[in-house]
Design a binder for this molecule. Structure first.
Ligand code: G16
Length: 554
């Protein structure tokens, strides 16, 4: 039939290499860019179906975030700016892996299972990062969105609408989708609107900082040679010099994420190349699509100090808790972490700050959902990916207080600070730019140096390693990824190794963004953490089918 032929014809412009199997992972599909053209086309089709199903705008972001330049990937964004649901992740995997001749059947299957009304119009927002492959891959997404497959499947002629944002950070696209689907209540669905909302809130917040010198307003930013650098440049004029940024790794010469960026700094525990660091000065690094941020400084002895997602969560939750007390608001605040959270951070949050702490699997989608269960949910992965969620009730209570004419000045001031805090935050997903503005505002308001922030608690020394295995799916985990259930004997081996070290903890998990097994270890000393990480890597290599050379001691 004609419609079948048309879909086949159009999809054959984006052919699937026979036998290639890819999985929707921690944050979408991710692999070498040369394998992704058909995936992009199909995700354009799937976004259209998701939009019809939800009767809302859906986002498609072409990025491989922290991965090397030669990789690429795609993340789907649901109506409120959150990650797509697990059921639709499953459809994405099905559609991605359908052989060329089975594509139409796979589409029809989803349409039937979800009872999708194909006469419903669709609207899809598309964005891309700065990778050289992103231009053609985002065009493949648009080809999928623009394929008028309604007419082929059901003989309806309802075109899909789309808006192509071009170069944006991942969190900016999440924000645009949410703005569009809340009819502008969350903000204006434009990049300028995003800068205006965040920067106005930042400027309002920093009005509460007394005697902030130009030195204290200065921040060095490593843009990872990616999209975040371009967007910081674009935003700068909105900041009216209330934050003075020196931008490094702006993409003018270096390679994306190469020896720089949040992932490099966090995993290597050292400063990126391409940045001038003066002792004691505050610096931060974004990752390749600007959804992660970590801070750091070097001291007068040249020693490097990292302030990762755990330290960020602690700073933010302390600030919010103080404001809630000043405002006299009884709202339940919690911090959501993953197994990678440094043991010291969890102890500090639970024992000293007395906040509820939850642990979820890796992937912001898991943390986001756990954070939604509280009035205020602060969630951060140790790698710097996170944000803060405020429930509707919390936002309403804060607003009522801020507008109450009979309220005393202290409570009102605290409520207004909370309101501006809400406005500086991108609640849809972790956002390096928004997190940076929030952190800078908190440090300014509290008159706090980066060293004082760092001193809130001391991290346990830790180490992260990667092990190559022939099939990382042989590793299965439980208890929020803290224990391995397969292959047989691996957890027992880890338990025995951990017992050899003081204050030690270790776990392993298959990465959902790279073809590796990740190993994490922490212990009383760096030497101990390094040797535990190496010993556990060896156990993974031997029991889970390691490939290449055996892991060497650090
Ligand atoms: C993505 C996810 C993060 C996750 C990271 C690493 O980050 O959004 O939640 O922590 O991958 O995941 P894995 O250990 O499974 O490879 P990004 O910034 O690369 O999109």
């Amino acid at each position: 039939m004609a419609q079948f032929e048309e879909v086949s014809k159009q999809s054959s412009q984006h052919p699937k290499p026979a036998g290639l199997v890819l999985q929707y992972g921690t944050a979408g599909f991710r692999t070498n860019a040369k394998h992704l053209d058909h995936i992009m086309f199909r995700m354009g089709l799937l976004a259209t179906l998701r939009s019809k199903k939800t009767k809302a705008t859906i986002g498609v972001m072409v990025t491989a975030s922290h991965n090397p330049e030669e990789d690429n990937g795609v993340k789907l964004i649901d109506p409120m700016g959150e990650m797509v649901t697990p059921a639709w992740e499953g459809y994405a995997t099905q559609l991605a892996n359908a052989e060329q001749g089975d594509l139409l059947t796979a589409l029809k299957d989803i349409i039937e299972k979800e009872s999708i009304n194909m006469s419903q119009e669709a609207n899809v927002f598309v964005g891309k990062d700065t990778r050289s492959s992103s231009a053609s891959l985002s065009q493949a997404v648009l080809d999928g969105v623009l394929l008028n497959f309604d007419s082929f499947l059901n003989f309806f002629l309802h075109f899909s609408h789309h808006f192509y944002y071009g170069l944006v950070t991942t969190p900016q696209l999440h924000y645009m989708v949410c703005c569009q689907n809340t009819q502008g209540k969350y903000g204006e669905a434009t990049i300028e609107g995003y800068y205006r909302k965040l920067c106005q809130a930042f400027i309002q917040l920093t009005k509460n900082a007394s005697n902030c010198t130009d030195d204290q307003k200065h921040l060095s930013v490593d843009g990872a040679n990616g999209i975040g650098a371009l967007k910081v440049r674009e935003m700068e004029s909105h900041l009216r010099r209330e934050l003075q940024i020196s931008l490094f790794n702006d993409g003018s010469k270096g390679k994306l994420n190469h020896q720089c960026g949040a992932d490099f700094v966090k995993v290597q525990q050292k400063p990126p190349t391409g940045i001038n660091i003066n002792p004691g000065e505050r610096c931060c690094s974004f990752d390749g699509d600007a959804d992660r941020i970590v801070y750091y400084y070097t001291d007068s002895d040249g020693q490097f100090h990292l302030l990762d997602g755990d330290k960020i969560a602690t700073l933010i939750s302390t600030f919010l808790k103080e404001l809630l007390t000043q405002a006299g608001l009884d709202l339940k605040i919690a911090v959501v972490q993953t197994a990678y959270a440094n043991g010291s951070s969890t102890h500090y949050l639970e024992d000293t700050m007395k906040v509820i702490v939850r642990c979820t699997k890796t992937g912001v989608k898991h943390l986001h959902h756990a954070a939604q269960e509280f009035d205020i949910g602060v969630y951060f992965e140790a790698n710097g990916h996170g944000t803060v969620l405020f429930s509707k009730v919390a936002e309403e209570k804060i607003q009522q207080l801020a507008e109450d004419p009979n309220m005393n000045d202290e409570r009102k001031r605290a409520a207004r600070l909370l309101q501006n805090t809400i406005n500086v935050i991108n609640q849809t997903v972790g956002d390096a730019i928004s997190d940076m503005l929030l952190i800078e505002a908190i440090l300014a308001i509290r008159g706090m140096t980066v060293q004082q922030w760092d001193a809130i608690y001391s991290d346990l020394p830790n180490r992260q390693l990667k092990v190559k295995v022939s099939d990382r799916r042989v590793i299965d985990t439980t208890d929020a990824e803290r224990r391995a259930v397969s292959p047989a004997g691996l957890q027992e081996a880890i338990d025995t190794l951990v017992k050899k070290h003081r204050l030690a903890r270790s776990f392993v998990r298959p990465s959902g963004t790279e073809d590796v097994v990740r190993v994490y270890a922490e212990a009383e000393t760096q030497e101990s953490a390094d040797s535990l990480a190496h010993e556990v890597s060896l156990a993974v290599y031997r029991l889970a089918g390691g490939v290449g050379d055996e892991p060497k001691p650090l």
